[in-house]
Write a protein that binds this ligand. Sequence first.
Ligand code: ATP
Ligand code: PAU
Length: 289
Amino acid sequence: MIVLIDAGNTRVKAGWVNARTGERETDPIALTHDNLDQLSHWLGKLPATPVKALGVNVAGDVVAAAIEDVFHLHDCPIEWVKGQEEALNVTNTYDNPVQLGPDRWLSMLGLAHRPHPQISENVGEIAQGVFPPIILASFGTATTIDTLVVDVARSAPNSIRYTFKGGTILPGPALMKTSLAEGTANLPEAHSEPTAYPTHTHQAISTGVAAAQAGAVLRQWLIGLEYYGHGPLVYSAGGAWPMVQEETRRLLHFTQQQLGQPPTPIEWLGTPVLDGLSALALQSSATCT
Ligand SMILES: Nc1ncnc2c1ncn2[C@@H]1O[C@H](COP(=O)(O)OP(=O)(O)OP(=O)(O)O)[C@@H](O)[C@H]1O
Ligand SMILES: CC(C)(CO)[C@@H](O)C(=O)NCCC(=O)O
C-alpha cells in the first residue's frame, strides 16, 4: 500500500492506493494543521502497512516537517513530488515547471487520468483537432482555474495525451472575505447567501465574493471557447466549492444559453490531487516490477 498526501494551506488530505490492485481509500482523511497528530492514529489503522508515501505540499517547510515526523515514527519514507515538464500522459507548459504548485500539477494528472467520454467518443476526429478543453476550478485557500487540452499531434485513438495550458490563481472565497474584514474599518466577516441585488452588507460581501469566483471561472471558459472553438468541460474541487457553486453554475449556464452553446454540468471531484498521486504511484510501481 502507498499512502497519498495532499498538504494544502488549510488542510492536509490523505488517502492510499493498493499498488497491486489499484484499490483506493473510500474515505480520505482531512486534517487542519494543528491536528496533524491524528495522522499517526490514521496510519496505524490502515488495512495494510504502507511501504511508502507519495505527496505534495504547498503549505511550507514546517507542515512538511510535521508530516515527515509522523511518517518517520511509522518507518514509512515520504517522497514529495514537484511540478515536472512531463508525467503520465500530460505535458506541462508552465515557463518553469517546478514553480507550478505541485497540487495543481498532480490534479492535472488526476484529471487527465479520468475517462472523458466527450473526448474519447470522438477520437476518430483527432486529426481535425476538434476537442473541448477541460477546466478544473479548485476552491481551497486559494482558488486555481487550470486548463488541459488534447495534445492532438501526440494523441492516438487509444492513447490520448494532454497539454496543461496554464491557469489563474486568486484568493479563495474565505480569504476574500477575511481580507475585507481585516483590511477595512466597517466590513464584517460576512455570513450570507449570494443574491441578484444585495440589500445589506453581509449579502453585498457574500455576493461580491461569489461573483468574483464565478466570474473567474467564466473567464477561463470563454477563453477556452475563443481559442479552441469548443466550450470547455468544467470540473470543480476544493472545500470552498459550496460557497460559490450556485453562482458559478448560474453564470455558466446563462452564458451558454446566450451563446447558443449546450449546457454542461459541472462535476465536483473529491480528491483530484490524490487521484493524480495514485496514477503516478501505480505507474512507478508498474515500472519497478
Ligand atoms: N470542514 C472544513 N474545514 C476547513 N475548511 C473548510 C471546511 N469546509 C469548508 N472549508 C473551506 O474550504 C477551504 C479549504 O479547502 P481545501 O481543504 O480544499 O483547500 P486547502 O487545504 O486550502 O488546499 P489548497 O492549499 O490546495 O487550496 C477553506 O478556506 C474553507 O473556506
Ligand atoms: C496556488 C496554490 C497556493 C494553490 O494551492 C499552490 O498551488 C501554490 O502555492 N502554487 C505555487 C505558484 C504557482 O502555482 O504558480
